[in-house]
Ligand binder design. Sequence first.
Ligand SMILES: CSC[C@@H](O)[C@@H](O)C(=O)COP(=O)(O)O
Length: 356
Amino acid sequence: MTQQIPTLQWQGDIEGVLVLLDQKLLPAKTELIVCNDVDQVWIAIQELSVRGAPAIGIAAAYAVCLGAQVALDTELQPMQQRVGQVCDYLAESRPTAVNLTWALARMRQVADQATDCGPRELAQALLSEAQAIHAEDAEMCKSIGRHGADLLAEFPVGAGVLTHCNAGALATGGQGTALSVIFELAERGKQPRVWVDETRPLLQGARLTTWELMQREIECTLICDSAAAHVMAAGQIQAVITGADRIAVNGDAANKIGTYGVALLARSHGIPFYIAAPTSTFDMAIATGNEIPIEQRSGQEVVQGFGSTTAPAGVAVYNPAFDVTPAELITGIITERGIVATPTRDRIEALVGRNE
Ligand SMILES: CSC[C@@H](O)[C@@H](O)C(=O)COP(=O)(O)O
């Protein structure tokens, strides 16, 4: 069974609304947020009601359409200016996932290139572009799943796969990236046994990944992040697959905090470590992971996550939301165009294209 309620959905025409599944509340509550304006989407991205690199980009693209609605009765130029301002504003909502700026660049280009048309025609072109970004992402997810399952074709039935955070349907416009590979393995009768890191502090693994896997009746076991080494040492994990938020030209990959540690553990236990991500997650403008901006989030998420106080008041907290896994720890990057094995600049440029 696939997810019943879409992660995000545009309803209506150029004057429509963006409907988001509120991931902050999952799995306890299934509630929708109907966004009528840009601010609502900005807040939904910042507060992680919509999250995951590709889903953030798609939500922002639709938010540009919401932003354009206030200029529908003006002229082309004020509409173009409005789109530019909205893109600048949305780009500030979260810093690490490059899919956000990638999607906004596409929207901005549609507005900048518009000539000889009225604001309503531009609004239609913007909506078509947002819908294309959404549809393309769904296709990319399927393709990532197929490439990943081909890559793991020799894996024995019932092999263990560890994943961190949530890189499933909730994080994308389709069926996910890392989880898409697992779904495809399951479809092919491989019966993967999935180990899910709970993913402190906001528990995307515990709340979201297990929710998705259980809906699809895929065997999964939730572990504390700190249990991963123990489970690997026990021989229960044959591969690690995670998503990514931004990948540098040399293959260094930012993903949810804790991913780097998992990659080190995998290397230490001789377990292959894969990143699954669409080509929209590559930032071909940066040479290495040192240039990836790492989001710092409120310490409240660590000391008062989900309402209970877990540390003394006033304690200093450091809460980076992402870390960077160096390319040398990555066995391969699974993209919609194929696999980049042992990633290097040359291999990535051959697959994704050079930044001219
Ligand atoms: C296909 S989603 C890949 C990543 O975006 C995912 O692994 C991740 O780290 C998400 O972090 P989040 O803070 O929940 O947005």
